[in-house]
Design a binder for this molecule. Structure first.
Ligand SMILES: [Zn+2]
Length: 65
């Protein structure tokens, strides 16, 4: 099933919903306020959450920091 991306997301990028930000134990997470796609805070920016973000690598890497 193709995922439809709203025009505003295509033009100005996804915007995280500041009322739905939560901490998953490793990173800050939220959803796009427009299209509801899951997002993750990476360094100082928000980007779309990728399935690879869920990998054990990510967690062990953060724990080791
Ligand atoms: Zn979006």
């Amino acid at each position: 099933m193709p995922i439809r991306i709203p025009l505003s997301c295509m033009i100005s990028g996804h915007k995280r919903d500041r009322d739905r930000v939560w901490w998953d134990g490793v990173d800050w997470r939220s959803n796009c306020i427009t299209c509801d796609k899951p997002m993750i805070r990476y360094r100082h920016n928000w980007r779309l959450f990728e399935p690879s973000d869920e990998s054990a690598d990510r967690k062990t890497k953060h724990v080791a920091d």
